[in-house]
Ligand binder design. Structure first.
Ligand code: NAP
Length: 249
């Protein structure tokens, strides 16, 4: 069992999938964790129960990343546990798979609102807090290998939103490095989570596995391990990095 670290981390979209594995790993490693979710209270409750025996304390808040009115409450909840040291911008959405000419304008805007604006505004809130309190901090953004492949015939707007997350990561990392704030991103390849059902193809991971050099999709825990490493002192000289965890893609 790890010692309690007396440091807290916010994980957005932490109730299911990759986010839930990040919450588990970090709380086992001794961090206190405040995770957010959008609507699935049951998933959040199950995760809270599961983490009860972990070294770090875990709390959950229903807070859409696009809802500015919830931001203070999320940061306050984390700081109530212990001083905030990390932010994982994991919440992200795709949309129904298809060619770009068929995608509604509202869908494109919504994907950018959650994936790009959500990540940028949560990061801005964290940076303002750390600068104001003269504290070190650590941001890990969850991008996607789609930023590199472009996701043709599936969701190019989603791929473009993740490319925006990556350039934001690189620029912000350089801007705040001297203030002891690190900013990195993990770029997952196709991973077995519910996100594919929401995009209309629950078996997408199995269909695409053949095209991946390692011939299989990732488990969410394999992505979480990279995020936890970037949050930890083991990666202390890394900032502005985009770390692919994509089976060779
Ligand atoms: P997931 O299984 O669909 O889980 C998404 C989580 O985010 C859920 O807990 C959901 O809350 C929450 N969420 C969704 N929209 C939110 C919002 N507006 N505000 C707050 N929370 C929100 O997704 P995942 O596959 O774990 O994906 C996590 C991240 O990895 C995303 O950024 C995604 O783009 C990226 N990624 C995934 C894959 C993949 O193949 N799975 C590949 C590359 C990148 P509820 O539980 O309340 O719905």
């Amino acid at each position: 069992m790890q010692n309690r670290r007396e440091e807290s981390i916010i994980v957005t979209g932490g109730a299911r999938g990759i986010g839930a594995e990040i919450v588990k790993l970090c709380s086992q490693a001794g961090y206190d964790v405040c995770f957010t979710f959008q609507q699935q209270h049951d998933a959040a409750r199950r995760l809270l129960e599961l983490c009860q025996t972990h070294t770090g304390k875990v709390v959950a808040l229903q807070a859409d990343v696009s809802d500015a009115s919830k931001r203070d409450a999320v940061f306050d909840a984390a700081n109530k546990l212990s001083p905030l040291r990390g932010l994982v911008n994991n919440a992200g959405i795709t949309s129904v798979i298809g060619r770009f000419e068929h995608v509604e304008e509202a869908t494109i805007r919504h994907v950018f609102e959650i994936n790009v604006m959500g990540t940028m505004l949560m990061s801005q809130h964290a940076i303002r807090y750390w600068l104001q309190h003269n504290q070190a901090g650590n941001i890990v953004n969850v991008s996607s290998i789609a930023a590199k492949t472009g996701s043709p015939n599936e969701y190019v707007h989603y791929a473009a939103s993740k490319a925006a997350v990556e350039s934001f990561t690189v620029g912000l990392a350089k801007e705040v490095a001297a203030q002891r704030i690190r900013v990195n991103a993990v770029s997952p390849g196709i991973t077995r989570t519910d996100i594919h059902a929401l995009s209309g193809e629950p078996d997408r991971a199995t269909r695409i596995a053949r095209k991946i050099p390692m011939q299989r999709a990732a488990e969410a825990s394999e992505i979480a391990a990279a995020v936890a490493w970037l949050l930890s002192p083991a990666s202390s000289y890394m900032t502005g990095a985009i770390v692919p965890v994509a089976g060779g893609l």
